[in-house]
Design a protein around this ligand. Structure first.
Ligand SMILES: Nc1ncnc2c1ncn2[C@@H]1O[C@H](COP(=O)(O)OP(=O)(O)OP(=O)(O)O)[C@@H](O)[C@H]1O
Length: 264
């Protein structure tokens, strides 16, 4: 479903500021895989997400989605295959537009060109149904401006907008990190339900070690531009935070330095 081969990404190549963000990264996700990613500061996690979404292009290597090479396609041409939720609840939704207008834009993404952005009764019913799945009453607020929603409500809407068109790949970039613990837990539960019910192939960056171990069917750990640990579902079952940290230290030769680290 998603295949990265020998992907290398440099910033400011050939200058004294050259920075290697990813080195020879290979990653293969099967359809329906839900992979959590943890790693030290500056390990390359966001760069990896940006390379997949198309907001960055790699210096070398290939990115395939469903067998199609996409590394040279601009972001907007890949957007119909990709759903993404960012850390910032303000990103990904338009505050001056209503909930239903935001949903209509997301709905048109990935559909044939020229699909109307308008909201008719059938679409409105569909949106209401989808919002009801979130269980926080947004289905009764279709005409509310998104800018009036709380951070948690807005992140729930972003999650729905990123998933309800069933993208080939869902990218979650620390999408609960800016929320208070209760809201974060709510969004995590919604994520689990949506990913499972829609069978979405998902990559999720998190700083929450407990969550990284508990969620999904595979866990990868990054350090200094490389994937240094890759646990299967079976291996993940008996994993503890202590063991994960110890293995990280053994392989990388240093302690995990992550100023946003949360243990559970
Ligand atoms: N636009 C950029 N220009 C220059 N260097 C960059 C840029 N974006 C990232 N980098 C560098 O590339 C490396 C990887 O950064 P990246 O943001 O992918 O790491 P990360 O694992 O997401 O880190 P964190 O957990 O701290 O957010 C870092 O050394 C970072 O400083």
């Amino acid at each position: 479903m998603l295949e990265l081969k020998q992907v290398t990404k440099l910033f400011f190549p050939g200058t004294i500021d050259e920075k290697i963000a990813l080195i020879d990264v290979n990653l293969h996700l099967r359809e329906g895989d839900f992979v959590t990613i943890i790693g030290s500061n500056g390990a390359g996690k966001s760069t990896l997400m940006n390379i997949i979404s198309g907001s960055l292009r790699p210096e070398t290597g290939s990115v395939k989605i469903k067998g199609i090479e996409v590394q040279n396609l601009p972001e907007h041409k890949r957007s119909r295959w990709i759903g993404r939720v960012f850390q910032d609840p303000m990103a990904g939704t338009a505050p001056e537009m209503t909930i239903e207008e935001n949903l209509a834009i997301a709905y048109a993404r990935g559909k044939r060109r020229g699909l109307s952005l308008g909201v008719n009764r059938a679409k409105r019913n569909f949106f209401r149904e989808q919002l009801a799945l979130l269980g926080i009453g947004l289905e009764d607020r279709l005409r509310a401006k998104v800018g009036q929603l709380s951070g948690g409500e807005r992140q729930a809407l972003s999650l729905l907008m990123a998933t309800f068109t069933k993208p080939q790949v869902l990218l979650l970039d620390e999408h609960t990190a800016a929320l208070d613990p209760n809201r974060a837990e709510l969004i995590t539960r919604m994520t689990e339900t949506l990913v499972r019910e829609l069978g979405l192939t998902t990559l999720m960056v998190t700083h929450n070690m407990e969550q990284a171990i508990r969620l999904g069917n595979r866990l990868i750990m990054m350090d200094q531009g490389r994937i240094i640990l890759d646990y299967s579902e079976e291996e993940k079952k008996d994993l503890t935070i202590d063991r994960l940290l110890a293995e990280f230290e053994k392989i990388s030769g240093h302690k995990l330095a992550d100023d946003k680290l949360v243990f559970g």
